[in-house]
Design a protein around this ligand. Structure first.
Ligand code: ADP
Ligand code: MG
Length: 645
């Protein structure tokens, strides 16, 4: 963190705490408290929506569970603040898990429906369980006591500010740890995430549980803040409002959550007061016009693109001046604003400004900076593969049949892979090579046959179990975690090296900080190994294609595999890149790691492979060393008959 950022944060904290001193008005202080509480909830919601990319419409329900846990404990048992808050967090996290376990078996709109139904059920339960919740009557509470006196609005505002800052620190630490990286990775590429040993399903559930914990925390604070809770507060309208907060503020950003909370609390108030509305509409029009002019002068946007927002906001400002009374128009204006945001600010306000400033800086990755130094070192970054009984094969593929409907993509294939070798797998397009990789890594379950890795069957195991047992892979279509940096991509591969739990992460206990430091050091070493050290902090999606392929290999190596599967690693690479790749592949083999190499470039295959198996229409038609394969009649026919290699 640089010093200007630290000063900005310090000033913000002072401003937050000073606010109720300068503005000593209970109404405004209460609004401030509500914003602080919503921020806590949005921090948690952003984990699910922004990071893992799942939709949750159940968060108002979870917010309600938090509020009611506090309400019930207060009302029936007279429990104090420092008991009710942790209890609400734990109970709500439990409900989050309850929601996640079945819900996350479905995706997309189905998940949204399930979470919506869950929220509705919670609301009904709160309503019906009158013996606990007093039903529709609701529960009255008192604010927490301090030195035996009930707190006022101002004191409770300060408590909420501390709560928000604690939540901010905790959520930030979680998201910057192996947990947060797992959440982000599963969104960018679920299949690669599983194949790096990070179970997508399990981490989705974790994300929901942690997110629910924050909702419970917020709910508990809200119960005290309002001093009264009743079931219909936690309705589906509130759930949509929370989601809107994340979308408008900007996902994957703490600042986005803060802005989102400010907007969803203040926007309805803004639309109550015509003078305030006029001021904001005019300010908005001026901002958008000036911003567009700046962007146009720098040549980072087109007239066509800025036309509608500029005209739209100016029209809104004029409209606000013409309006005499806002009440009739409230809902329509609200709708128009939401439309504008959804259409023009898809990355939210924070995302918009991030894109805007980075476009202004026009950061371009310069090709000459990337001069290849791949394969130069191997300072313990690659772990020597465990030496086992060297005569036994590392992998045996036994009569594998993989059927898709009527198509036999693999038809009775037997292959034995010798330990410590580079085994080539070639064949025309569509011959079943990638299908074989998918069978070996648990993405497909074969129709018949068996695969034994280190003499244990992998059939029926999940991709992440297979990955953790020592098989790493790359993909024919590069599967990187695009929004994460090169370094973070490798850190996901190193996920298996972490033992620290949520508490270690939240409190930055030595167990976590040590693991994180050593993982970072190794990740940098691996980046150096493939010649990517200068691009460590570049987002993977911005890397040149050849570098992306190299990054994928480095990430696979992070798993400490005994067997590495490379699916057409040279596809789309330039000649110098291919040379570099060959150096890297040989180096990997020298560390005792067995490699299966699928490749279309015959020269690559012939120069590095110890043995080659040839597939055609799902069947193995030849096997042997390079010279034998080159002379084989069947192989020549397969290649001449199909596409040339
Ligand atoms: P290769 O990698 O050798 O080019 P693939 O293994 O990708 O070939 O594909 C082999 C055959 O299996 C192709 O005909 C392909 O269309 C088919 N195939 C692969 N995956 C699936 C799938 N999930 N569903 C249906 N057909 C598939
Ligand atoms: Mg393929």
């Amino acid at each position: 963190m640089n010093s200007s950022k630290i000063i900005a944060i310090a000033l913000a904290i002072v401003a937050i705490f000073a606010f109720p001193i300068f503005l000593n008005n209970d109404y405004y202080i209460h609004l401030g408290t509500t914003i602080l509480i919503y921020i806590i909830l949005l921090f948690g919601l952003d984990i699910v929506v922004g990071y893992t990319g799942q939709v949750s419409l159940g968060h108002a329900g979870l917010f309600g569970v938090g509020a009611y846990t506090t309400g019930v404990l207060f009302f029936h048992l007279g429990m104090p603040f420092f008991v009710t808050v942790p209890a609400s967090i734990i109970v709500t996290a439990f409900f989050g898990g309850l929601l996640a376990l079945p819900a996350l078996k479905v995706i997309g709109p189905y998940l949204a429906m399930v979470t919506l139904a869950f929220g509705t059920i919670l609301q009904i339960l709160i309503n019906e369980m009158s013996f606990l919740t007093e039903g529709p009557m609701g529960i009255k509470l008192l604010k927490p006591e301090f030195l035996g006196v009930e707190m006022g609005e101002r004191e409770f505002y300060w408590v909420s500010a501390i709560a928000m800052i604690v939540a901010l620190i905790v959520v930030h630490r979680i998201l910057k740890s192996q947990l947060g990286r797992a959440f982000e990775a599963l969104r960018d590429s679920p299949v690669a995430c599983d194949c790096m040993g990070v179970s997508v399903y399990r981490y989705k559930v974790y994300a929901f549980v942690i997110s629910a914990g924050f909702a419970g925390f917020a709910g508990s604070m809200y119960a005290y803040s309002e001093k009264y809770i009743s079931p219909n507060t936690y309705n589906n309208e509130l759930t949509v409002l929370f989601l809107l907060g994340i979308i408008m503020g900007g996902r994957k950003s703490r600042l986005g959550a803060i802005l989102g909370a400010v907007i969803i609390v203040l926007l309805p108030k803004l639309l109550d007061d015509i003078n305030l509305f006029r001021m904001v509409a005019i300010a908005l029009a001026v901002l958008v016009t000036l911003g567009s002019a700046l962007a146009l002068s720098k040549g980072i946007t087109t007239r066509k693109k800025v036309f509608a927002p500029v005209v739209g906001t100016i029209a809104l400002a004029l409209f606000s001046l013409w309006l005499e009374n806002i009440t009739d128009w409230r809902l329509s204006i609200f709708g128009v604003m939401i439309l504008l945001v959804v259409y023009y600010l898809q990355e939210g306000i924070v995302g918009f400004f991030r894109n805007f400033t980075s476009a202004l800086r026009a950061k371009v990755v310069q090709a000459q900076d990337l001069s290849a130094t791949a394969g130069e070192t191997s300072i313990n970054v690659i772990h020597q593969a465990a030496v086992k009984d060297t005569t036994a094969p590392i992998l045996t593929i036994e009569s594998i049949l993989m059927q898709f409907g009527g198509l036999k993509a693999l038809n009775n294939v037997d292959i034995t892979i010798k330990r410590g070798t580079i085994h080539g797998l070639i064949g025309p397009n569509g011959s079943g090579k990638s299908t074989m990789m998918n069978v070996l890594t648990g993405i497909y379950i074969p129709t018949a046959g068996d695969v034994k890795f280190e003499s244990n069957s992998v059939v029926g195991k999940t991709s992440s179990e297979i990955a953790l047992s020592g098989i790493a892979r790359t993909f024919q279509n590069v599967q990187l975690f695009g929004e994460m940096t090169a370094l973070e991509n490798i850190l996901v591969g190193l996920h298996h090296s972490f033992n620290s739990n949520l508490l270690d992460v939240a409190l930055h206990l030595p167990r976590f900080t040590k693991e994180e430091a050593s993982a970072r050091e190794r990740a940098l070493g691996l980046l150096h190994f493939v010649g990517l050290d200068k691009l460590a902090n570049e987002e993977a999606r911005n890397l040149p294609y050849g570098k992306q392929r190299m990054l994928e290999i480095a990430r696979a190596l992070a798993l400490d595999p005994n067997l590495l599967l490379l699916d057409e690693p040279a596809a789309g690479l330039t000649a110098p890149d291919i040379k570099e790749l060959l150096t890297v592949i040989r180096k990997i083999r020298d560390h005792g790691i067995t490699i299966i190499l699928i490749e279309h470039h015959m020269d690559v295959v012939m120069s590095v492979c110890d043995k080659i198996s040839v597939l055609d229409f799902g069947q193995k038609i030849a096997e042997g060393v390079a010279q034998e394969i080159q002379k084989d009649e069947k192989v020549i026919e397969a290649y001449l008959g199909g596409q040339s290699a």
